[in-house]
Ligand binder design. Structure first.
Ligand code: AMP
Ligand code: MG
Length: 484
């Protein structure tokens, strides 16, 4: 099969200490059936599935057969879940191997929902069709929104029922990631309290994700700096499109800077900074507006893991790490301001920009305006017209905005081009996602595939998609779920 598909495995994580993983195979399933395959992603990975019949693809994407060169493992990790430290690990996922593309990009190929492992605790190791399709469509939408993300290569049904509140169809998602190494993986290694192991692991991660730091004399501190920058970039991107991750536990924060774990995530429609959809997040720890401060909190947990490698003198190490962590606010603020300036088409920086931005967000909040569509309206797209935008408060704000736009040789061509590059015209709206998933679970993938296609080009004007541009039934009260 290797030659037909072009798998090119080099399983570096498998070669690390057995303390970091369990060598385990996916648990075979009864009646595998391929539901979806991502041809564009396959092409990008130089994989060719076109010569394989559906039965074999179904067996492959359910873990019933394994590709040549794979070495299957479940990774150990720990993590702070809602602030509480726990030992975790891949409880329902198996890493098939690391595939190298022609341009030598290394990526993890993981089956999610592949059966019990040593880390399953009380779970059944399985996943349901609806949530796996949900992860598929939202992760692909994020990628197409130009936001770093794990990706989805395929979904296969297992032909087995899994028991949740009601019996559901079992399914397996093939997830592709630069790696599945998380802040929680470092927490796991650090908790073992063996400096040599931690050092080996740091060197491994640096080689894999930051090869430019290989010869650095202060690798640990430099990696911390890189991760601060990457995570700021990521969370600013989330804020840009109104994405709410929903479960920003440290085990769900990657070292690669890719968004991972699409359980309870959702997009905000009506602008409200306190928006939270996750059914278990009763205190709003992971609400939209808290995402930057939680990012900093998670990075602090990452820094703690590295202390023994930062400096022999612990006080000195803590001071260096703290100084770096304390750069977060200023860097985030700058990055967020620049992002918001782009959303408004502003060139250069003016002292009053922050007031202009805050005034708009306050207006949106008070008037229950749609976050995405307000920017589309400002870009002059007629589909996004609404009585809401005819009120005096909005008109007055717009006057100040138009004044500000005149600075720094800005022209309408320039500012519209800038705005169009960062403001999506369409996002995965909660009601559309739920409706298409329900139909897909009943065997009709048509509407799901249509939505997937529309979300491929979120910045491009598409004819006849007006149904997808508004949330019909308000997302107030919409609930999402973890680990389903
Ligand atoms: P998550 O909420 O998806 O980040 O998962 C948190 C932890 O629970 C991870 O260690 C998962 O592997 C584990 N987990 C989630 N669902 C299951 C399941 N059905 N069976 C076993 N482990 C699970
Ligand atoms: Mg997780």
């Amino acid at each position: 099969m290797k030659n037909k598909i072009n798998w090119n495995f080099d399983n570096s994580y498998s070669r690390l200490s057995n303390a970091f993983k369990e060598h385990i195979k996916p648990v075979a399933v009864k009646k595998p059936e391929l539901v979806l395959i991502n041809d564009n992603l396959a092409k990008k990975l130089n994989l060719n599935f076109t010569k394989i019949d559906k039965a074999e693809l179904s067996a492959l994407f359910s873990g019933n057969i394994l590709p040549e060169g794979s070495d299957t493992i479940a990774q150990a990790y720990a993590g702070h879940q809602f602030g509480h430290f726990t030992m975790l690990g891949d409880g329902r996922a198996v890493l098939i191997g690391e595939h190298l593309t022609k341009s030598n990009n290394r990526c993890d190929i993981q089956l999610k929902g592949s059966g019990k492992t040593a880390f399953s605790r009380n779970g059944d190791g399985r996943a349901a069709l609806g949530p796996m399709l949900r992860e598929y469509i939202i992760s692909e939408a994020m990628h197409n929104l130009n936001i770093p993300s794990t990706r989805s290569l395929a979904v296969a049904k297992t032909g087995e029922k899994i028991i949740r509140d009601t019996p559901l169809q079992g399914a397996i998602l093939t997830r592709v990631a630069s790696s599945h190494i998380r802040v929680g993986t470092f927490q796991y290694v650090a908790a073992r309290d063996k400096k040599d192991e931690l050092e080996i692991f740091l060197n491994y991660v640096v080689k894999r994700h930051c090869p430019e730091l290989i010869h650095s004399k202060k690798k640990a501190l430099d990696l911390l700096k890189v991760l601060i920058n990457k995570q700021i970039d990521l969370v600013v991107n989330w804020m840009r499109v109104g994405f709410i991750h929903g479960v920003m536990n440290t085990d769900n924060m990657t070292i690669s800077g890719e968004t991972i774990d699409y359980g309870p995530c959702a997009f905000m429609d009506t602008y409200d900074p306190k928006t939270v959809f996750s059914s278990i997040d009763r205190m709003g720890r992971y609400a939209y507006c808290n995402q930057p401060s939680i990012t900093k909190w998670n990075l602090s947990r990452f820094a703690e893991c590295l202390i023994p490698l930062i400096h022999q003198d612990q006080d000195q190490a803590i001071k260096s790490a703290t100084d770096l962590i304390n750069t977060f606010e200023k860097k985030y603020e700058e990055s967020w301001m620049n992002m918001m300036r782009k959303k408004l088409g502003l060139q250069g920086a003016d002292d009053k920009d922050k007031f202009l931005i805050i005034d708009l967000l306050t207006w949106m909040h008070q008037n229950k305006a749609d976050y995405t569509n307000t920017f589309c309206n400002l870009m002059g797209l007629k589909e996004y017209d609404d009585n809401l935008y005819r009120g005096n408060d909005f008109k007055n704000w717009k006057k100040s905005w138009l004044e500000r736009l005149k600075l720094n040789n800005n022209t309408p061509e320039k500012y519209i081009k800038l705005m169009r590059s960062v403001n999506p015209l369409v996002i995965p709206r909660n009601d559309k996602i739920e409706k298409t998933l329900e139909i897909a679970e009943n065997g009709n993938l048509g509407p799901f595939k249509k939505l997937l296609k529309i979300l491929e080009k979120p910045y491009v004007y598409q004819e006849n998609i007006s149904d997808y541009l508004k949330t019909e039934s308000s997302s107030k009260g919409y609930k999402t779920f973890c680990g389903t």
